[in-house]
Design a protein around this ligand. Sequence first.
Ligand SMILES: [Zn+2]
Length: 812
Amino acid sequence: MFLKSIPLFGFVYRTVVTIILAFSGLLIACNQTNNQPDAKLSKQLEDSHYLKHTMKPFLEDAGLTRWCEKKVLATRSLPLVSDFDALRVSTPGTLHVDPRVTVSGNGSVRMDTPTSLDVKNPSNRNYGFPEILRPLNREDLSDYNRFSVWIYVDAPGFYLAFAGITLYNEGEKIMPAPGRFEGQHFENVYPGKWQRVVWEIPDLYRDCVTGFGVSIMMTGSPVGASETMSLYVDDMRIEKVEAENSRGFDLRRDAIAYSHSGYKTGARKQAIVQNNKNNTFNLYNEKGDVVFEGKGQTQENGFTVLDFSEFDKQGFYILSIDGIKSKPFAIGDNAYLATAWRTLNFFYTQRCGYDQPGIHQECHLDVFCFHPDGRSLSVAGGWHDAADLTQGIGNTGESGIAILELAGAVKNKDKVLYERLLEEARWGLNWAMRTRFGDGYRHGGLVKGIWTQNIRGDKDDMQSAARKDPFDNFIGASFCAEAVPHFEAVDSVFARWCRNTAIEDFRFADEVMPERLARKAPETDIAALAMVAAMRLYRITREQSYIDKASHYASIVMGCQQLEKCTDWTIPLRGFFYESREKSRILAYYHRSQEHVMMQGLAMLLTDAPNHADAPKWKEACKAYADYLYDISKLIEPYGILPAAIYELDNTDYSSMSHEGPRDIGAPSLEEYNAQVRNGIQLSDTHYLRRFPVAYQFRGFHAILQGKAKAAFILSRLLGDKELKDIATRQMEYIVGYNPFAMSTIYGDGYDYPPLYGAYSGDVVGAVPVGIETFENDDEPYMPMQNNCTYKEIWVHTTARMMWLLAELFKD
Ligand SMILES: [Zn+2]
């Protein structure tokens, strides 16, 4: 995804003995204060030589492992080989019976397909998904809630492939939903081994099922790989199991929702259970001793909050209540340390133009960006942005800033992590600085969803047009400015290049801003980005002109804010922002989020120019936004996540909405918008506060929480307010376990993490998905087992935001 964010199509430990084994960590050379990393992180760091190789996940902690072990209450085979004549295949695939490659012992069906077509897709996306279809006679499958199948891929020269499962329904609602991402499930597939796919479908319409399809993505072939591949399918069934909870706020049965990444010293430490019989809970240390006993606080809907904030001793612990136990988590320095390393691992795996064993060969060497004057440059490098191979300055710049912010936070605490972070940041900096032409034009971004052969002149060529865009150049300037202090002492040559680039890019962006602001277009976040970039330039130059620029942009940002309380609302809110100074529509993000930049810039101004004539206004703007965060922070209990935005009925604009495929299929409508708005918390006849964004095709909302969390951390520090820090931290906790599904949503981090939509990257430790979504017009969490974009797609935007929230936690 880039800019508009285009996706690829976007136990419990039962005995003390086990507990002790789980804690027996290996010593590593990491300069960590007071504490040793846990055994799993230590092993990953040793095995990967501190990310000289990519990390491997611990599959015993994966949700998929638990799901595959579920008791099957009913099962029905959907015959393949024995009913071969009934099967259908879509071109260019050809279908065969294969008696040799089989997991059932009865033979499999095999589809052979080329990996590409003669002509590249104009969108630069994949060449298609040839499919084996198992037809069904318009059956009502409501008694079943899981699809299961075994697949095997033969694809010489490929590290990985991507398979899709489709439910076809023609009853109450069509599945797959036209123009939406419901009714299809995807799986990262590793050639040369059988993999079982399980897909629970309790939320999907299946009253008139006409078949199930199994397909494989035609990705083109990376250098040196086969031009054909084969997909084998065996033992297809529909089953009945006790389904995972997937919708609503009720907590998964027999589960504790807590922060799998742990709790820092001094932090609020809470967990939740629901429908428990007793409310006494215990905290066990690594020896199995009870170190804390507490009484849970009963809340509505059978929830009980377990609060152990007063327990602050460093170590690893397990929570227990009512016979249910958590898995080990850290209190103290080790809290979030594994998450930090793993998110860094994610970026390492996403390197573009790089030979990354296990993931891909060198890529992008034939992709060029063209300046209007005819010059061109290679765009290989940086990081791929999501499950496809797209990359651009927006996400690369933000990612690099996040890596550098985390580096700054651990600099004096963890030298090994610090230096590895700088190494990764430098990879992105090099790309950001050599994909510019030196006159304001630079490579903005390019969608790429196929492997190409690294040869110019063949069928898979693609290119981008350079652009002179203030967003691109402000991000580029911010990234390079943030790097200067880190490199000055160790590499003055590199630091000089960063400094000069930052100064130039700021100027290129700033000089086109009057024209940009004259347009009747949303202006809040571009002005806020300009303010932050100006302050970053001030910090490396100490030139007053940058304070002047920042204060100019601050006045625009503040002009977009609601300072007075809306006293006629049921909750009299203030402090939120509109899209522009016209205040005709309240600012709401649904996919990407920049909600932190307004507070970030104002806080930087207040820190660096506290005696400026406008400082009282900046402070008032910050206090107003802090009020907004406070006032909305207790509306989604007991989870404590921050509602998304205020919406007005009949007031929306779809013109810049991201949408994959033909815009008229699955397109948004005002009727759908209003229905979603009305499911929010009513503030007045016209205004509602939605817990989750109004959204259509693109769903998944971690970034929306992360933007507000960053703002809350910044204001906590600025205003000396501990409660804002607790609010901010809670948004991170939701991502790593404190959610109704009691899962860490980050692949390979924490427990019960789901498979993610990885496609060209596969299963990557540390990948943060787009996020927990919503179902249809509902305003409650939805996290189906269905693995599809955009919500389950791995993404640098959300992973970077996790890193810059980690930076806030590690600063203290
Ligand atoms: Zn690449």
